[in-house]
Structure formats: C-alpha cells, structure tokens
Design a protein around this ligand. Structure first.
Ligand code: 13P
Length: 254
C-alpha cells in the first residue's frame, strides 16, 4: 500500500517565532483530532528546519522537510544548502523542481535530475514537482510537457530509487490562484503519470509511488480530491500557513 502524504510547503513565509507557534498548534491538533493514516510533513524555509524537526520529534506522525537543495555535496557554492545538511537537521523530505524554482530560478530538468540524486544519496525522500502552465494546457501540450519533466527528471533512477521518490503534480495555473484542478482533471494526470512510470519500470513499481496533488488545495476541496484513486495526498501552499485549515485538509484523508 502506498503512503498517503500531506505536506505543507510554507514557501518564503513565517519568521522563526511564527513558525514555531504554527507547528506547535498543528502538532497538538493532530494529536487530539486525527487518527487517520496520512504522514504529515512540515516544509518550512531552510532556516527553520532544525527547530521544526526538534519540535516535532515527539510526534511520530509529523515529519519535516526542505523546499530545495543543492545538486552538490559541499564546496564553494555560496548561499547553497546540501542534502546532507538537511539530513543533519533530522528532516526527511526535500521538494525538488517546484514550479517557482523552475520559473524564477531557471531550474531545468537536467539540473533537477542531479538534485534528485543528491537527495536520494543522502537517504532522504525527494518530492519531485511537475506541472503545466495555463498556456500549455490550453494548447493541449500538457501531456508532452509532463512526460518531459518526469522522464528527464526521474527516469535515470534505478527501480529501487524510483520507489523511494514522491511525485507532486502541481498545475502552475492552480498554484496560489484559488483555481483548483477538478478532481477529474487531477485524476487524469495522476493516472497518466503512473502510466509513464509503469511503462518505464513496471506496474508494481508504479503502484507503490505516492503522487500528491498541489494547487489551491483547501479544506473544502480536499476530501473530493482525495477520493480519486490515484491522488495520494497533497502538497499544500497557502492553506498550510494556518493550523486550522491545514489540519482540516489532513483530516480529509482517511
Ligand atoms: P497553493 O496551495 O497556495 O496553491 O500552493 C501550492 C503549492 O505550490 C505547494 O507547493
């Protein structure tokens, strides 16, 4: 059975004190209110990862992660953070290839493939993001775009490495816009991605891989999205910045 994962990507929000307050609230609320099966991941800015990891250490349901990492292990790369450093802060997940990294920081598939390797080598779990722009969807090129992102970013991996990777489908037109993909639209793409993995590896590998949906997930649309057979959780942005809305999304996952 593949894992269900709800992750909150804080992006560049919350100072340390605000972040600690939010994590404490989430941890307490989950203890009191949630008996379901999902793993819940807090993904704050780099600077808070260590403190978040310490704060959640007594709550086995909660894990921490980082929003990016270097493709290098160490060296003269001013401003960069390695996967090993993230691991040393007791985090277990790293988002790779978020559309904001692709769009604003020029990260391309070949570079992201190296980052995936760095994350796996450190023994961490990559959450590899893919997704098409509105223009790509409207011109009906989204399947080709997704196939390129998935194959160039991931298909150099061994089957064992692929099994350790989480994929997040985040249509760019749904991120921070309040416009969610319909459950049918998301399910269609998730099944397409799983099919690509099955064709490259095999059906049992594909069936083990968690594929999250991201893009304006809220408490009131989460349950419907999670009812789709290939949607295994969510990568949440805006709604992860508030304990009540984030925990309600988690509670939508049985
Ligand atoms: P929103 O939930 O704010 O649309 O952000 C989604 C996202 O980019 C998560 O990584």
């Amino acid at each position: 059975m593949r894992k269900k994962i709800i992750a909150g990507n804080w992006k560049m929000n919350k100072d340390l004190e605000e972040g600690m307050g939010l994590v404490s609230e989430i941890s307490n609320m989950l203890r009191d209110e949630y008996q379901g099966s999902a793993e819940v991941v807090i993904i704050p800015p780099f600077l808070h990862v260590n403190a978040v990891s310490k704060l959640i250490a007594d709550n086995p349901r909660l894990k921490s992660g980082a929003q990016n990492c270097s493709n290098h292990k160490s060296g003269a790369y001013t401003g960069e953070i390695s996967a090993g450093m993230i691991k040393s802060c007791a985090a277990t997940y790293v988002i790779i290839g978020h559309s904001e990294r692709r769009q604003y920081f020029g990260e391309h598939n070949q570079w992201l493939a190296q980052k995936i390797d760095a994350v796996l080598e450190a023994g961490l779990t990559p959450i590899y993001c893919c997704g098409e722009t509105l223009e790509e969807r409207e011109s009906n090129t989204h399947f080709a775009v997704l196939e390129k992102q998935i194959s160039e970013g991931l298909f150099h991996l061994s089957p064992e490495q692929m099994m350790k990777t989480v994929v997040a489908y985040e249509p760019v037109w749904a991120i921070g816009t309040g416009k969610t993909a319909s459950t049918a639209q998301a399910q269609e793409i998730h099944a397409f991605i799983r099919g690509l993995i099955a064709a490259k590896y095999d059906a049992s590998t594909a069936s083990e891989i968690t594929i999250q949906y991201g893009g304006s997930v809220k408490a009131d649309n989460a349950a419907e999205l999670f009812s789709a057979p290939d949607i295994d959780g969510a990568l949440v942005g805006g709604a992860a910045l508030q304990s009540r809305s984030f925990v309600d999304i988690v509670k939508a996952m049985a």
